[in-house]
Design a protein around this ligand. Sequence first.
Ligand code: AMP
Length: 220
Amino acid sequence: MGRKILIFLGNPGAGKGTQSRAIMRQLGIPQISTGDMLRDAVARGTSYGKEAKEKMDAGDLVSDEIVNGIVAERILQEDCAKGFILDGYPRNVHQAETFNKLLNSDDQLFVIEISAAAANLVDRLVGRLMCSGCGDIYNIYSRIPQKEKLCDRCGRQLVHRSDDREDLIQERFKTYDGETFPLVTFYQGQGVYHQVNGMRPIGDVTKEILAIVDGVGVRG
Ligand code: AMP
């Protein structure tokens, strides 16, 4: 059987990270977040970390060359053999076309848009905290950790993302509308597009996504 590949689309704050991490645990396939990988490259000061930081600090997209390279390399790793979840990639049509060339004929591709209007997401983003260890996502209003600023799962420090600032959030919404939203039409044309309502409770959205991908048979 081919790989099970999930692509999440959706505005910043719609729940791509939260849902892809929940689905990763349910299906036993890895979550690949280009945003996390870029933040890691910035923190380690790698060659492309500098260029990435400039773009990320402006709410713009990092160059296709860099992200396409990161993803192409990552999905060759052993843990991706049965499938993987892409969180934040592709982000424009050029990336999607490049990624299509990496697909095998028996792969099962599911593109899931977590829909949520930008106006409803500002508070989610401003209040968002992320675990510096395992990457789990919390919120100071709606998903409060048991111990202040510590991850319930791994106990590491929770941090506020530097781009979760109101001015940058608006830039990121604009980038999503202009560059990423056209992927809805792109993937509708391929017959692999699904939509879920991202304003529903987290667990309900997860169930809806699992029903779309019908997880049976991925583990093991
Ligand atoms: P995210 O964690 O997905 O919100 O991504 C944070 C930032 O990383 C974005 O605002 C972009 O600057 C950059 N980024 C993440 N994924 C991509 C991608 N696929 N293409 C270009 N830039 C990306």
